[in-house]
Design a protein around this ligand. Structure first.
Ligand SMILES: NC(=O)c1ccc[n+]([C@@H]2O[C@H](COP(=O)([O-])OP(=O)(O)OC[C@H]3O[C@@H](n4cnc5c(N)ncnc54)[C@H](OP(=O)(O)O)[C@@H]3O)[C@@H](O)[C@H]2O)c1
Length: 249
């Protein structure tokens, strides 16, 4: 099925799978033949995702990935993996003068440290097969393009992309590839809560995209599938922009 893009025979962990991009990645990876372990915090929404996955043998593990002990405990329960799509993330919109001292800690714990600790535990516990592929969902806000009010969020995504590059180098000898996708604005709950906070006119914003629409979660899922599949076996340390051309102008 689909040649080198197939995920047949692969076991994958997908985080952030209780909604938005992560849920869509899980659904599309299952369609491509993967067996999945899905993660999120909300058990009910995680079970909803589980109920719509094609195929058999999928599993859900609810865990708060901002808590490093919960990450360690989840990794203990995981089977051997051929890949990871790490989508868990939260947003924060606010002008710099309103940043509070503990805001960075709260945001970076989910958006950055969860990725670092998850990778560390997967490697230390030898849970990643050789070869394996780890894909982090970063953002164009990290390295490419920011909007007013995104300072903290952008800083976490830059940190995540930086970590991914260093991890790609460190883990290459073990046959583990590490890449990022950098989505632009994708219509999910997180996107709509950011728009509400920024009070931006959605129709005006849409016109800024050369391809004249916001992204759909499926647009990101297709990029993630490529990076998880054998079609990208010689790709590591890269950042795949999926933004409808937004960062061209
Ligand atoms: N939407 C966009 O326009 C856009 C653009 C660029 C990048 N991104 C990135 O894409 C990723 C997914 O975003 P989305 O738009 O799909 O957002 P979303 O619909 O709000 O989904 C976020 C997911 O992350 C999970 N999550 C959050 N904190 C967690 C924690 N501490 N532990 C475990 N899971 C946690 C949530 O699980 P629960 O709800 O179960 O807690 C949920 O499944 C994020 O990393 C985001 O930064 C999004």
């Amino acid at each position: 099925m689909n040649g080198r893009f197939s995920l047949e025979g692969k076991t994958l962990l997908v985080t952030g799978a209780s909604s938005g991009i992560g849920r869509c990645v899980a659904v599309e990876c299952a369609k491509m033949g993967a067996k999945l372990v899905i993660n999120g915090r909300n058990q009910e929404r995680l079970n909803q995702t589980l109920s719509i996955l094609e195929g058999v043998g999928h599993q859900a593990i609810a865990a708060d990935l901002s808590d490093h002990e919960a990450v360690s405990a989840m990794v203990e329960q995981l089977p051997q993996l051929d890949g990871v799509s790490h989508n868990a993330g939260v947003t924060s919109i606010g002008m710099i003068k309103f940043i509070k001292a503990d805001d960075w800690q709260a945001l970076s714990q989910t958006n950055v440290f969860s990725a670092i600790w998850l990778t560390r535990c997967l490697v230390a516990k030898k849970k990643l097969n050789k070869p394996a592929s780890v894909v982090f969902t970063s953002s164009i806000s990290g390295n490419d393009s920011v909007r007013h009010g995104e300072a903290l969020y952008a800083a976490t995504k830059s940190a995540l992309s930086g970590f991914a590059k260093a991890a790609a180098l460190d883990l290459a000898p073990q046959g583990i590839r590490v890449n990022c996708v950098h989505p632009g604005m994708i219509e999910t709950e997180l996107f709509h809560s950011s728009q509400d906070a920024l009070s931006q006119n959605i129709d005006e914003l849409k016109k800024l995209f050369p391809l004249k629409r916001f992204g759909a979660p499926e647009d990101v899922a297709d990029g993630v599938i490529y990076l998880l599949s054998d079609a990208s076996l010689w790709v590591t340390g890269t950042e795949l922009k999926i933004d409808g051309g937004y960062t061209l102008i």
